[in-house]
Design a protein around this ligand. Structure first.
Ligand SMILES: N[C@@H](CCC(=O)N[C@@H](CS)C(=O)NCC(=O)O)C(=O)O
Length: 228
């Protein structure tokens, strides 16, 4: 039996969702973030040395890293479901988005979060300097990067409706967290194509079932927030 080690409000939500889409048997072990630091509890380090979510275990097998877990689960499900056939343009697109999600889309989102924390954690006297550093990096680098990513993702989705083409695949599952995190960070108001895609994934019965299993998930809000 696959166990998903699930941290609240985290990337492990999409692993529960994928398991629901594939109808593979699994169980969930929940971990709660420290409300102050937002870090995972030490118990997750007992499962995997990095102590981050997601991790899956099954007997003696332990797998960390979302993309590696998604690849393994697709193989376990027979290697044909939610993945385009090898040698096709759709398969190349699938592989691209599977890597893009954590390799390119997430780093600027994490940086935007961390730089936003800098002024909050500085002594009041020098906080204005922290605010200046944050504003400079957000405006000069992070915002343009996020804007370019949103435009690119929307243009690619317009080609077939889903990230790999005309069919929903596990690439859409991988891309859910970056798009949800973009919505939470700067909003998607100027990108209706991304909002539409987000609404379509949120409406999927398997996504809804995963929410019931995974517990409260702050990123599941529909995409109608105004852009910040
Ligand atoms: N690239 C990794 C990122 C893992 C990661 O950073 N997970 C976050 C949750 S979204 C985490 O565990 N954060 C808590 C911590 O760092 O203590 C993946 O996709 O699995």
């Amino acid at each position: 039996m696959i166990t998903v080690h699930h941290l609240n409000n985290s990337r492990s939500q999409r692993i529960i969702w994928l398991l629901e889409e594939l109808a593979l048997p699994y169980e969930v072990k929940r971990y709660e973030r420290d409300p102050k630091t937002m870090l995972a509890p030490p118990a997750l380090k007992a499962v995997h040395p990095l102590g981050k979510a997601p991790v899956i275990t099954d007997g003696s097998v332990t797998i960390a890293e979302s993309g590696a877990i998604v690849t393994d689960l697709i193989e376990q499900a027979g290697g044909e479901r939610l993945i385009p056939p090898p040698g096709t343009e759709e398969r190349r697109r699938y592989t691209f988005w599977l890597h893009f999600a954590e390799g390119s889309a997430m780093p600027p989102l994490v940086m935007a979060l961390l730089f936003g924390e800098i002024p909050k954690r500085m002594p009041a006297l020098i906080r204005p300097i922290g605010r200046m550093i944050n504003a400079g990096v957000q405006k000069g680098f992070l915002r343009p990067t996020l804007e370019a990513q949103m435009a690119f993702m929307q243009a690619e989705l317009a080609k077939g409706g889903w990230f790999a083409g005309a069919d929903f695949t596990a690439a859409d599952v991988m891309m859910s967290f970056p798009v949800e995190a973009t919505q939470a960070s700067i909003g998607l108001a100027s990108h209706p194509g991304l909002q539409d895609w987000l609404s379509r994934i949120h409406d999927r019965p398997a996504y809804q079932a995963a929410l019931r299993t995974g517990g409260p998930y702050a990123y599941a809000a529909k995409g109608e927030q105004p852009e910040k």
